[in-house]
Design a protein around this ligand. Structure first.
Ligand code: ZN
Length: 158
């Protein structure tokens, strides 16, 4: 089943962990509709601009979130968020392009190390009502994950 021109439902729900642990990771009809909006409004425009996109995590059932120590209030559980990278592209450059061109809800440049274009990944969410356009970076400090707003461009981070 295709959600947009270049993205299938399978790519958005695939989880090796779910398979390994025997956890159900199938979305309901309403969640599939939201994944479609996520593809049409975020992933497809990114694909059209940057080329092939590798999705590392899309939809997660609350059960899967519990197994992987992810919050069950995460937008991944609401079928609103996806983690991805674009092959051979700097994650900061991809994030800056999304910030400038798309109506996302929240974008997090996760564990990106300035000067290492392939480090980390981009987390991006979409909601049809009142997107926040919140742009953050996530990093580890003293073993804890911390978040900070990105002011200006991600490619200028030091
Ligand atoms: Zn994520």
């Amino acid at each position: 089943m295709n959600l947009s021109r270049n993205f299938t439902l399978q790519e958005l729900i695939k989880s090796d962990t779910a398979v390994r642990l025997g956890v159900d990771n199938n979305p309901n009809a309403n969640q599939i509709e939201k994944l479609k909006l996520l593809c049409e409004n975020i992933l497809q425009p990114v694909r059209d601009h940057f080329g092939p996109v590798m999705i590392t995590s899309g939809f997660r059932t609350p059960e899967l979130c519990l197994k992987i120590d992810s919050s069950i209030t995460s937008q991944h559980c609401k079928a609103e968020a996806v983690d991805f990278e674009c092959m051979g592209k700097d994650n900061a450059e991809v994030a800056d392009w999304i910030y400038k061109n798309l109506d996302f809800d929240q974008m997090i440049l996760e564990f990106y190390v300035p000067g290492e274009p392939n480090s980390g990944w981009v987390h991006c969410s979409y909601v049809s009502e009142k997107p926040r356009k919140q742009f953050l970076r996530a990093f580890k400090e003293d073993g804890k994950t911390k978040y900070k707003p990105i002011i200006g461009k991600a490619v200028d981070l030091v």
